[in-house]
Ligand binder design. Structure first.
Ligand code: ATP
Ligand code: LTN
Length: 329
């Protein structure tokens, strides 16, 4: 594994993983794992910023780990682990807290959006600090590349800022990471509201396709997906709904949007949606079957996560220690 570029990314076990996180993140992780040294993390500490039910969180952690494996992440090629199993993440987070600024964290759009929901005064300190823990996740492995969806761009920029600031203040310590955001699939929109991101925290299940949805539920959601006025199957800024569906189709089949526009020229929304539903079902069914199988055997799953944590700590520990030493600890 030596001399390969390091990759780090994570997903929160904060609810059902959906087609957005598959196309924006997981699919690209699987594609990248060959040829890189990979760390893929169930970021359970991040999920605490929103979770209040221990039983639900415990299930979500296992479910997400099963999904990691079911989409094709291979423990032989990637270190797969839980954030809370590697205490170095929170230790480095504290060090970075001491160089992060209140002003820059206050400008994070995710914090502003989420804090607004319950009133800014009542927002937790964890929610505020969320991007610093994320920076710690990445810097702790000296990761070069971070494959994520478009919504994470600002958080990644902060990780870069903190890496540079630390290096500048205390001497060269961290790699300044690069986001890896692909063009197709980086921003999948909700099926019932194509101007909003497909998201697990949205209240309407019709808006997202969960990776563990049954085939018939997938077909129903795509049939009911809102469409734009007009009948042409073409992507354009004034047609956000069909543009989104074309983007999903293209990302799942590794084809270009213009190829698909060509194929569906003169055809109706009905036929397009029917084909798209089958494409999604065909892609997700094996993932669902494999994930359910893994969930039936939690011991195997737990053993993979334990082993991943041991391997992650071997890399994380010396990097944390070097940061501590640089700061005078
Ligand atoms: P929520 O769905 O509640 O907004 P989230 O954004 O916290 O959740 P995660 O599941 O933690 O989602 O995100 C995991 C990865 O999936 C991140 O890299 C994120 O950028 C990506 N991602 C999430 N939603 C989408 C989407 N709609 N389109 C593309 N990528 C997405
Ligand atoms: N904030 C990310 C999840 C996340 C992450 C990371 C992604 C936490 N730590 C480190 C990449 C690298 C999100 O997608 N919501």
């Amino acid at each position: 594994m030596q001399n390969k570029q390091r990759v780090f990314s994570g997903i929160q076990p904060s609810g059902t993983s959906h087609l957005g996180s598959y196309l924006g993140a997981l699919k690209n992780w699987v594609a990248i794992q060959e040829g890189h040294e990979n760390y893929f993390c169930v970021v359970d500490l991040h999920a605490l910023t929103e979770s209040r039910d221990p039983k639900v969180l415990r299930n979500n952690i296992r479910e997400l780990a099963a999904i990691f494996l079911a989409v094709g992440l291979d423990p032989e090629k990637s270190v797969i682990f839980r954030q809370s199993h590697v205490p170095e993440h929170t230790e480095l987070c504290w060090l970075l807290n001491c160089i992060a600024r209140v002003g820059e964290l206050s400008r994070m759009t995710q914090f502003k959006d989420k804090a607004q929901k319950g009133g800014a005064e009542a927002a937790s300190v964890g929610l505020f600090d969320y991007p610093v823990l994320q920076a710690a996740d990445i810097l702790l492995y000296n990761a070069h590349l971070v494959p994520v969806g478009e919504d994470q761009r600002q958080h990644l920029e902060l990780s870069r800022t903190l890496a540079r600031r630390f290096n500048h203040t205390f001497g060269e310590t961290f790699v300044v990471p690069e986001p890896l955001i692909l063009e197709t699939g980086a921003r999948v929109m909700a099926l019932d509201e194509p101007t909003a991101k497909m998201s697990k925290s949205r209240p309407t299940p019709g808006g997202y396709i969960a990776l563990l949805d049954e085939p018939d539920a997938i077909r129903r959601k795509i049939r009911r997906a809102v469409t734009d006025s007009g009948t042409d199957i073409t992507a354009s800024p004034d047609k956000p709904a069909i543009t989104n569906l074309l983007g999903i189709y293209a990302a799942l089949t590794d084809r270009t949007i213009s190829e698909l526009e060509e194929e569906y020229r003169g055809k109706g929304y009905g036929e397009f949606k029917k084909d798209l539903a089958e494409v999604v079902v065909e892609k997700l069914s094996p993932i669902r079957d494999r994930a359910l199988e893994l969930l039936d055997n939690p011991r195997e799953l737990d053993a993979i996560l334990e082993d991943g944590a041991t391997r992650a700590r071997e890399v994380a520990r010396p990097i944390l220690q070097s940061a501590q030493a640089k700061m005078g600890l």
